[in-house]
Write a protein that binds this ligand. Sequence first.
Ligand code: C6P
Length: 405
Amino acid sequence: MFDHAALRAQFPILKLTENGHPLTYLDNASTSQKPLSVIQAVEDYYSTQNANVHRGVYGLSERGTDAFETVRKKVQAFVNAKSYKEIIFVRGATEGVNLVAQSWGRHFLKAGDQVIVSEMEHHSNLVPWQMLREQIGIEVIKWPINERGELSLEDLAGLLNERTKLVAVTQMSNALGTINPIKQIVEMAHQAGAKVLVDGAQSTSHIKVDVQALDVDFLVFSGHKLYAPTGIGCLYAKQALLEAMPPYMGGGDMIYKVSFEQTEYNELPYKFEAGTPNIAGVIGLGAALDFINQLGFERIAQIEEELLHYATERLSQIEGLRIIGTAATKGAVVSFVIEGAHPHDLATLLDQDGVAVRASHHCAMPVMLKFNVPATVRASFGVYNNRDDIDRLVASIHEALDMLR
Ligand code: C6P
């Protein structure tokens, strides 16, 4: 028997009370809580290892550099990249997309080229392409979603053409929970001569992502959604693409040789890592990947699918509640609106019972426009959630509705 209570006990924050109630944390799509192993890894790093990386010849700095680079290899294994050179440490998914847009996009795209962006993208995988549209005149083409919040491959076939240079798509929607068929999308895009950027901000904590099996060109994700600290994330890109791309930022560590006349850039992956990195974040990310690997994606899927099923069933019984995002393939996210209750009022009342959910457009305003709602309430699950959390959510919604209606 799997001891779920022991798993939950690894997360100290879950022992908190909020407004006199046990904390019921259901905002994992926003950021996940951290296990003790991650918290301790960061503490140990500052207590026993802190020195800048790639710079010192003294032991402390060399040990720090080793620990830092070991995590890069862990990330390489985590996404099954061919080489550690394909793993660039960034602040998060947002910085990863901006790096691709401003380095690859600005260098290799020209006016009239098309970037297909799905309608369910988080703003971080739409706005950088709109910025590039302003800068160099590319076209941003919307790949629409249907009433269930799904993308159609037939629609994609109709959009792809010889001007398409990139398809920018999330593997899992933060606002709807939809999981997209990345392998087929990549095959279709590649046949049309386009590259694919996958936003793995939501998917990487729920699904095993294999960049070689999927053959994605770019993948971005944020550590803080997979039990790691904030401020650290990764860009994966195929080595040939990274070799050809110009640096995104200039500064320390991304150079070999600098003079006023000429600068020679460092090799991969350092060419894209200007300045002192978030070393503690990287160390914490390594501990988070150990945590996920120990648990295993089979177990994660088992826990989260059960929670998704139970939450969907219980929430659907609430009168006037409409789930936004009813895709056939979904991750552990339930977004909903309830007749007669504004999402923000509802979330504020839930907080009185210690229930933390997000009420917002979830940085996916086009999704809200599509469903004609200003915002949704979103309950999103992590491995430590259990049925009691969902029961508390449902009970609290009933109480709130008694007040609001
Ligand atoms: N979504 C949410 O509550 P950053 O902020 O860079 O770590 O991640 C951005 C991001 C990109 N793509 C997707 C699909 C995301 O869900 C997010 C972050 C959070 O849904 C905060 S808005």
